[in-house]
Structure formats: C-alpha cells, structure tokens
Ligand binder design. Structure first.
Ligand code: FRU
Length: 528
C-alpha cells in the first residue's frame, strides 16, 4: 500500500538546511574573502610595507588600523611566509607614538651593522617609515610628516624605535613628505632613501641609516601628475637576456591613474648614487603628463618590492595593495577590508616600444594547483559561446590561454565568469583597438560606490601579435591578467553576490582559434 507523501514540506526543510549549511560555510562576515590572496584576519589594511626577506622568512608589514574597517590611525600589521603563498599572521609590529601615526615605509637587513643597532653579532632589521602627526595636520601645519626608524633583534617580532626620531625632519614644510624606501647602493657603499614629496621624489643618502643628507630631486617634469606622488621604490634590474643593468623607479599616484583613482607608473633610467636620470629611449615616452603604467587595472596600488632577496634567488619580487582609494573604504566586506595582489616577479624587457617592465606571478603559486583541465584546437566563433566542462568551480582558478587571431583583425574575445544570479565578470581582448578590456559593470554588488564600475576599462596592448598568451588568476573576488608574458598587467576586484561558478569563452566579434588552454583549480590550503 502506498501512502501519498506531500513533498512540499520536505523540500522546504531540505532547502532551509542547504541554505543554512551554505551560510555556515561562509559566514557573512567572511563573504568575498579571497582564498589565496593575503588579507588581514580582521580590520582595515592598505599599503604593503617593510617587505624584507631574512633567515628564510618573507616579511609583509602593512598599513593597518586595528579598530575599524575604514582607514584610521595607522599601525604596521605583520605577517610572515616561507613561500610567499601561505602567510602567518603575527602581532602588530609598530604602534603610533607621540611623534605620530606609522605611515608607509620599508625595511632592510643592516648586514654590516652600520647603524650599531645589532646585538650578539647578529645584524638588526631596520624599519624606515613616515610618522604622521595628526594634531599638527589639524592645526594647519605643513611639517607634520617626517621619516623615522626602528630596529628589531628578533626577526621582526619586536621593535625598538630609535630615540633620536625623526631621522629626517620636515624642515622644508612639505605637506606630503612620505613613504621612504631604503636600499643599499653597493657602488657608492651607502644607504639611499627615496621618498615622495607631493609631485616628485627626493633621494637622500646615509652611511648608517641614522644620519641622512639630501642628494637630489626627480619627477617634477616627468610622468603623470594627476594626483599626489606616494610610495616610490628604486631598484637595479638586468635587461632580460643581457648583462646590462638599469634602474627602475616605481611611483604610485593618487588620483590620476589611467582608469581612474590610484595607480602606479614607472621610470627606467640610471642611478649613480646621487641622481636618477631617465634612459634616453624611455625619456621619449614620458612627458610632464604622460607616464608608463605598471598595471592598467584599477586595483594595484602602492606596490613595492622585497628587500634582501638572496642573490642566489636573484628575483625582484613585487606586491601591491589590491584596491583603489576611489572606493577602498566602501567595498562590501564586513570583517576586514582589502587584499594584496599576488606576489609577482619583475623583469625588464627590450620591446619595440623601448624598455618595459614585465610582471608575472611567482612560480611558488604553482603549489596551489589541485586539479587541472586541458583543451586543444578549438575555434571560438561569434554567437557560439563555449563553456568548458571543467570539474571544478571557477571562483578559484588559473587559466593559461594560447590564442591565434589568424587574419581576423576584428576579433573581440572574452573570458567570462558567471553565476546563476546573472552576474558576470568579463576580461577580454579586442584586436581592432589592440586593448585588453576588463568589464565588471555586471559583476554583482556595485552600489557601494558610484566610482567602482562606471564602464569597462582598458589596458593598451604592446606590440601587435597574431598569437596571444593570456595568463589569468581568478580568486573569489579578483582577477589578475598577465598578457604577453607579463608586459600587460590588469588587476581588478569584484563582489558577486554568490561565487562565480561557470567559466565561458566567447567572441562578440569575429572568431579566434584557441590553440591550447589549461585551467587549474587553486586552493589556498594546498601545498602546506
Ligand atoms: C598610500 C598612502 C601613503 C601613506 C599611507 C597612509 O596609499 O596614502 O602615502 O603613507 O597610504 O596609510
């Protein structure tokens, strides 16, 4: 005998359970938390600071306000990693004091104990940072930012501020006078500090990290000036495939980026221990209001490179803040705000447009791969989107795509992430304009700021090529594009109301041959 069961209540119960278990997996507070990008456990974060490698640990300090999810009195938060991929949160490293808040800066290993801060034959770590006197600023003074130092004897866990701070007072009373990056300049056997002063950078030198002398200015007449200059970096780098060295100056500016708000430009030249001179070929590319961008996305700011990477490794490793001052304090996360970009290895390449920086994700990220899916020889034709049946959820995924445009000069090719809420994020290439395009105008939650997703935005492609290689990293809330072996970078965040679950390849114009594609599922918990 059959008893007719009314299935509706049962379905309702199942639905409620499923919904609850989904919520249990991702507490609302952790919604949009990246899986393999660095975020603070809670509260507000901006710029990466004090990045230094010492005794097997990559240190990442960062601008941190541990009382709210908006910017406030700045501390240096701290994390360490042995592989640039898995991070361990450590207690706050530097707290504000009577001289002011702790703004951005750098850290070095003082190998020769030039500062005398070393102990028991061990070199100290020395942090160099801006202090910002809020009271001075409120009182309308112009000398409220200056450079200070602190040292550590225990691998960055505890810091002692130098009693004679500040080491560079702001005697010229320059309103924006901040973000020191210090390097050891081997040729002249001295420390060099570069920091930002409103619309240019200043170079200073020191024998001991304590006593500093002014050297020179650079930048008033070069590069973009749509906003204030912040967070410079200066480093030597070899031109790929040669034995020739050049110097690169990274320079973040806010606002005035190519796609609105914050962005980072760079200059290639020479530095003789006194002055930075533009490379003659590079000089042609930068005028007073024209710059060359490190990344065309809207979410890579204030990035600098690690200090003291061993010569045996030899890489120049970069990390930026994956946000934009246009909307950083409003993005829809609850417990914490902001993530860092992936760590990237920089190189300097000769191109038909002159010397250019290229950035690719560090190879350590390979350990995140847990599953993969491959494809070969497939035509993607206008009107016929292709959804590869990969066995994993695209929200955390790397893709390597090799495309052949053939004779087709009007192709517009897209990689589209989507969910069943009709939300999507699109990243693509338009052959006619030779631009890469990021479109987050339908990517989910946009309403928190009218500056977030005004329209799709572009990255200018370099040398036109018939064959393209796109490397993509998608995390829960971000996309990083590395095209043309890193010459074109585009980094953007997005906030879908539920994770993106599908990846689709499509052409909205013309056709393209997908010569090969590799998709990798990534898990931040892998490789530990
Ligand atoms: C860049 C910046 C720096 C400053 C810090 C303050 O994002 O404005 O110039 O040191 O943030 O948090």
């Amino acid at each position: 005998m059959y008893t007719k069961i009314n299935k509706l209540p049962l379905l309702l119960v199942l639905f409620v359970c499923a919904f609850q278990s989904l919520c249990a997996q991702i507490p609302a507070q952790d919604r949009h938390r990246p899986d393999f990008h660095f975020t603070p456990d809670q509260w507000w974060m901006n710029d990466p600071n004090g990045m230094v490698y010492y005794e097997g640990e990559y240190h990442l300090f960062y601008q941190y306000y541990p009382e709210a999810t908006v910017w406030g009195p700045m501390h240096w938060g701290h994390a360490v990693s042995t592989d640039l991929v898995h991070w361990e949160h450590l207690p706050i490293a530097l707290y504000p004091d009577s001289l002011g808040l702790i703004f951005s800066g750098s850290a070095v290993v003082d190998w020769n104990n030039s500062s005398g801060f070393g102990k028991n034959g061990q070199p100290p770590l020395v942090a160099i940072f801006t202090q910002h006197d809020m009271a001075g600023e409120k009182a309308g003074r112009h000398d409220f930012q200056y450079q200070s130092i602190a040292y550590s004897h225990d691998k960055g866990r505890n810091w002692t501020k130098y009693a004679g701070n500040p080491v560079i007072p702001n005697t010229e009373k320059i309103h924006d006078f901040r973000d020191p990056k210090v390097i050891w300049h081997d040729a002249s056997r001295q420390w060099i500090m570069v920091f930002a002063a409103q619309d240019h950078v200043k170079f200073w030198r020191s024998p001991d990290l304590i006593h500093w002398t002014f050297l020179s200015d650079f930048g008033q007449d070069w590069g973009c000036h749509g906003g204030v200059w912040e967070c410079p970096d200066l480093f030597p780098i070899k031109i790929e495939g040669t034995d020739e060295w050049k110097w690169v100056l990274l320079q973040s500016i806010n606002p005035g980026g190519p796609n609105g708000g914050s962005a980072t430009q760079y200059f290639v030249g020479d530095f003789d221990g006194k002055q930075f001179e533009l490379d003659p070929a590079f000089e042609k590319l930068v005028t007073k209001n024209q710059g060359v961008w490190l990344d065309w996305g809207r979410d890579n700011y204030a990035g600098v490179t690690w200090s003291d990477i061993p010569a045996s490794d030899g890489r120049r490793i970069f990390m930026g803040w994956m946000s934009n001052w246009d909307y950083a304090t409003k993005v829809p996360t609850e417990k914490w705000r902001s993530a860092m970009t992936l760590p990237r290895a920089l190189s300097l390449r000769k191109t038909q447009d002159g010397l250019r920086l290229a950035a690719v994700p560090v190879q350590e990220l390979k350990q995140l791969e847990t599953d993969s899916f491959m494809l070969k020889n497939r035509s993607i034709v206008q009107g016929k989107p292709f959804t590869p049946k990969i066995a994993f959820t695209p929200a955390r995924l790397a893709a390597d795509l090799w495309l052949d445009l053939g004779e087709n000069k009007t192709t517009t090719f897209w990689v589209v992430l989507s969910n069943d809420k009709n939300e999507e994020y699109r990243i693509g290439y338009d052959a006619a304009s030779n631009t890469y395009i990021s479109d987050r105008t339908r990517s989910g939650n946009l309403g928190f700021s009218d500056k977030f997703a005004i329209k799709p935005h572009q990255a200018q492609g370099g040398e036109r090529k018939q064959k393209l290689h796109l490397q993509l990293y998608f995390d829960v809330a971000s996309c990083e594009l590395f095209a043309d072996e890193g010459l074109v970078n585009l980094t953007d965040v997005f906030f879908p109301s539920v994770d993106f679950t599908t990846i689709r390849l499509e052409n909205t114009k013309g056709k393209v041959k997908l010569t090969a594609a590799k998709f990798y599922q990534l898990s931040g918990k892998a490789g530990k």
